[in-house]
Design a protein around this ligand. Structure first.
Ligand code: SF4
Length: 434
């Protein structure tokens, strides 16, 4: 597969899965830009197509296979690189798929430039390493909010989870390197940084610094205006962390704390490190520090053996607790996980119903939460202009739209909230500059 001359080389990216994957795609995209490539829209003709994959559910796996087929149609001459978690776990399956040139695992994906000139098809590199590969949003990503990867892998053994198999054991960036990255992001004009990883609550640098230390140091960078954390495991959200976040004066009113199930029996089977009582107490404690906080939660329905009663326990916990942003997943059997060997696997039609029920509950709760903001003022970081409206996110992660003749891109402005709106599955607020 001949790659055309230096000046016109094109690469397209498609990223599936978590924020971590997006920050990693950003870093790899920058590597291509530094080598003279132009990053083009996925689906347009390119010399290289880079698919950064996910494998947390069957849905993610089949989405990846569909993307490969799409890439073959849009760029029949391209070098197709399938990288990341699905490549790591299903390299043998990918070797049977036509048109796949490079299969790069979760560690090897950063070394794509070493393999690009190889003429072999279905070339596989899936060695795992304990090395920490840094990644942060770049300008090539055209985002306003920057993701900064601080941790990778996981040492927990949740019964349903494939991530420790795909990404290996936990490893972290040093505080010094994180500061360099954060300052570089701020220098590029990013005002908001999201610290991301797989299990960031377990952040511990080689010199023993914990997440609280890292947060303090990054918040001390004057140009960093807003700070967020990606998903944090419930057992790692300590009082000390909450005090530290509050003391920065920059931490935004939003927490993503995976719940997974509202049934203690299922949490035990999942090998989660908390009970529903602990989870509820934690939400109350977080609210005592951040009364305006919005809460996101991952939930799995249809875990093996999940009875209607246990599902109702999850439903009622989500209904009664101050949770606003639901991420609902149907349980997906993952090869090699302990839950995959369990009896009583739930029918997919039952899973579908349970997902639908919780998604509807989630939409209603988010709409309620948004409605209660009307009349308040809030700070919004504006990201882009859509149909004459400037759009951005409030501190508590609500989308806000404002009509203004000013150039508000990447501006943080106080907004008086005047209305809330819901269409299809999306909820947003409208308002005016305060
Ligand atoms: S904490 Fe559990 S669910 Fe999360 S990545 Fe680790 S093993 Fe998976």
């Amino acid at each position: 597969m001949e790659i055309s001359s230096l000046s016109s080389k094109k690469v397209s990216f498609h990223t599936l899965g978590c924020r971590l994957n997006f920050s990693e795609s950003g870093a790899i995209a920058q590597g291509f830009v530094d080598r003279g490539y132009e990053v083009v829209e996925f689906g347009t003709s390119a010399d290289v197509v880079f698919l950064n994959t996910c494998t947390v559910t069957d849905g993610a796996d089949s989405a990846c296979r569909n993307l490969i087929r799409k890439a073959q149609v849009s760029s029949p001459e391209a070098k197709i690189v399938v990288a990341g978690c699905y490549a790591q776990m299903e390299a043998e399956k990918l070797k049977t798929m036509q048109g796949v040139d490079l299969i790069l695992g979760t560690s090897e994906k950063y070394k794509v430039f070493d393999y690009l000139d190889s003429e072999k098809e279905h070339e596989v590199h899936i060695d795992k390493s304990s090395e920490f590969w840094g990644a942060a949003t770049t300008l090539a990503d055209s985002r306003t909010r920057a993701f900064l990867k601080i941790q990778d892998g996981c040492n927990y053994v949740c019964s349903f989870c494939i991530i420790p198999f795909a990404r290996g054991r936990s490893r972290t960036i040093t505080v010094a390197d994180a500061l360099v990255e954060a300052k570089a992001l701020a220098a590029k004009g990013f005002k908001e940084i999201v610290l991301t990883g797989v299990n960031i609550g377990e952040y511990e640098s080689i010199s023993g610094e914990r997440l609280t230390d890292l947060v303090k140091r990054i918040a001390d960078i004057p140009e960093v205006m807003r700070l967020r954390l990606g998903s944090v495991e419930p057992n790692t959200v300590t009082r000390e962390l909450l005090e530290t976040l509050k003391a920065t004066g920059k931490y935004q009113d939003h927490f993503h704390i995976p719940l997974q199930s509202g049934s203690d029996q299922i949490l035990t089977s999942m090998r989660r490190k908390y009970t529903t009582a602990h989870y509820k107490d934690l939400l109350a404690e977080v609210q005592s520090f951040f009364p305006e906080a919005a809460f996101g939660a991952d939930v799995i329905v249809g875990y093996p053996g999940e009875t209607e009663e246990q599902f109702l326990e999850t439903f009622n916990l989500l209904r009664t607790q101050p949770l606003t942003h639901f991420h609902v997943f149907p349980y997906s059997k993952r090869k090699g996980t302990t839950a995959a060997k369990l009896e009583n696997q739930i029918q997919s039609s039952v899973k579908k119903d349970r997902v639908r029920t919780l998604v509807m509950l989630g939409d209603a709760k988010l709409a309620d939460f948004a409605a209660n903001r009307v009349g308040q003022t809030t700070e919004v970081l504006f990201e882009n202009e859509v149909d004459g409206f400037w759009e951005g996110y409030s501190s508590n992660f609500l989308r806000v739209r404002v009509r203004s003749g000013e150039l508000l891109k990447n501006e943080i402005r106080r907004i008086r909230i005047e209305g809330h709106h819901q269409a299809m599955r999306s909820t947003w607020l409208s308002g005016s500059l305060a």
